[in-house]
Design a protein around this ligand. Structure first.
Ligand SMILES: Cc1cc2nc3c(=O)[nH]c(=O)nc-3n(C[C@H](O)[C@H](O)[C@H](O)COP(=O)(O)OP(=O)(O)OC[C@H]3O[C@@H](n4cnc5c(N)ncnc54)[C@H](O)[C@@H]3O)c2cc1C
Length: 396
């Protein structure tokens, strides 16, 4: 059967009519850039003032985009997804707080998430944001430091702090390997990404010798990343490890461009969306064509990109559930893609964040902003929800 994203009955089967109505309301609201700008400004102020807005958040954006405040709560969302053939990427979604104690605390939560994932049959991955376990300033300094590139680090305290970050990642990956859970290292801003990439390559060379445990993330809105993906693959072949490649377009476009302009360097981001799309699709094809040595996780809500890869899989005779090829969308977005792919047996997952409501607010605000800025996609989501609601009404 050919893949199509138009079936609203599949797409929203997991949502009750009342939940679907709430989603319709929320998506209509966050389509308005003015509402989103207001909410992103006011929410942190309301929280600081101690105003009781948690209840409102819990029943709106939190419910739409987050699995729950705890692992146990997320387990419910995750089981529900599993009953529709949808897998889960668990993400301890709190935003980075500076301080070694906080970094150790986040490491413990990530390890708990891996332990939990190993007990479930539909949670193959846990994601890790390095800024959750490393100081932003340290990463920025390391990114700048040519001394580290030459292998000699002249700041003892930074060197010691970096060793602690490495130890945290090794502790995470040891448990992941023992339990057979994949680790997805998120990609962040260009001015801290270099040390993340170097650590990812190091970890892949240690943990990916037999199967892929560690994945690095490649942001194809960057004009150097198709090249970097191919370079990473060359290194993997030379050093005899398997490459884990999570492909995304990239989440920090405005910030990247503004910083480049302010500091007077060329923007690392493609000039237009077409160039980003072209590199994203070329990177995905490259991974499929090298699937013996690359495990691909295609993280996108873009219909065309998903269709291109599934069609390529068909052409080269790969089964839908081919084990080196995964697809993923964020929880609360792109259900028409996720659930229609799951019906046809593709390895498809939802990226499911969890964490205390106050601490996942920055994540929620990013989702709201993303939904108000990628209007085409959100419009489609809204149209489909309306179609499904009227289909259910007609059926009665
Ligand atoms: C499972 C999952 C994990 C993710 N993990 C990460 C991560 O680790 N790091 C990260 O940065 N992001 C991550 N993202 C977010 C991702 O990078 C995108 O922001 C988001 O998915 C939207 O892109 P799209 O391919 O889904 O949709 P599309 O609507 O096809 O693309 C929108 C994207 O295109 C790019 N774009 C838009 N306009 C232009 C323009 N004028 N010029 C150049 N490029 C443009 C931007 O990247 C924008 O986000 C993740 C997304 C998913 C689904």
């Amino acid at each position: 059967m050919n893949l199509s994203f138009e079936n609203t009955q599949n797409a929203f089967a997991y949502k009750s009519t009342s939940d679907l109505k709430k989603a319709k309301f929320l998506i209509s609201v966050i389509q308005s850039p003015i509402m989103v700008a207001l909410a992103t400004k006011l929410t942190p102020i309301f929280i600081k003032l101690g105003l009781p807005i948690n209840g409102i958040l819990r029943n709106t954006v939190f419910k739409q985009f987050v699995g729950g405040e705890t692992l146990e709560e997320s387990a419910r969302a995750s089981k529900l997804l599993g009953s529709y053939g949808v897998q889960v990427i668990l993400d301890y979604g709190v935003e980075a707080k500076e301080g070694e104690e906080n970094f150790d605390h986040v490491t413990e939560h990530i390890i708990e998430a891996i332990d939990f994932a190993a007990t479930q049959n539909n949670i193959p991955f846990v994601s890790v944001k390095l800024t959750g376990i490393a100081s932003h300033e340290l990463l920025e300094n390391l990114n700048e430091a040519p001394r580290l590139r030459s292998g000699v680090h002249d700041s003892e305290s930074e060197e010691a702090a970096w060793q602690r970050v490495r130890e945290r990642m090794y502790a995470i990956c040891d448990v992941a390997q023992e339990k057979g859970v994949g680790i997805l290292l998120d990609a962040e801003e260009t001015w801290i990404q270099d040390p993340i990439d170097r650590l990812a390559i190091e970890l892949m060379s240690v943990y990916n010798t037999q199967k892929v445990i560690v994945y690095n993330t490649y942001q194809l809105y960057r004009n150097d990343r198709l090249n970097f993906l191919q370079l990473s693959h060359r290194i993997a072949k030379e050093k005899n490890f398997l490459l884990g490649a999570k492909l995304v377009r990239g989440a920090y476009m405005e910030k990247e461009r503004a910083r480049a302009q302010k500091n007077g360097y060329p923007s690392p981001i493609h000039e237009n969306k077409e160039l980003t799309d072209k590199d994203f699709d070329a990177a995905a094809l490259y991974c499929i064509q090298n699937k013996e040595t690359i495990s691909l996780l295609l993280a996108t809500h873009n219909e065309q990109s998903n269709l291109q890869i599934t069609s390529e899989m068909g052409k080269i005779g790969l089964s839908n559930n081919s084990n080196n090829i995964h697809f993923s969308q964020l929880y609360g977005m792109g259900d028409h893609i996720t659930f229609n792919m799951a019906v046809l047996g593709y390895n498809v997952s939802k990226y499911l964040p969890f964490g205390p409501i106050n601490e996942v607010i920055p994540y929620l605000m990013r989702r709201a902003e993303e939904n108000s800025s990628v209007n085409g996609q959100t419009n489609k989501e809204l149209v489909m929800i309306k179609q499904e609601l009227s289909r259910r009404k007609d059926k009665k």
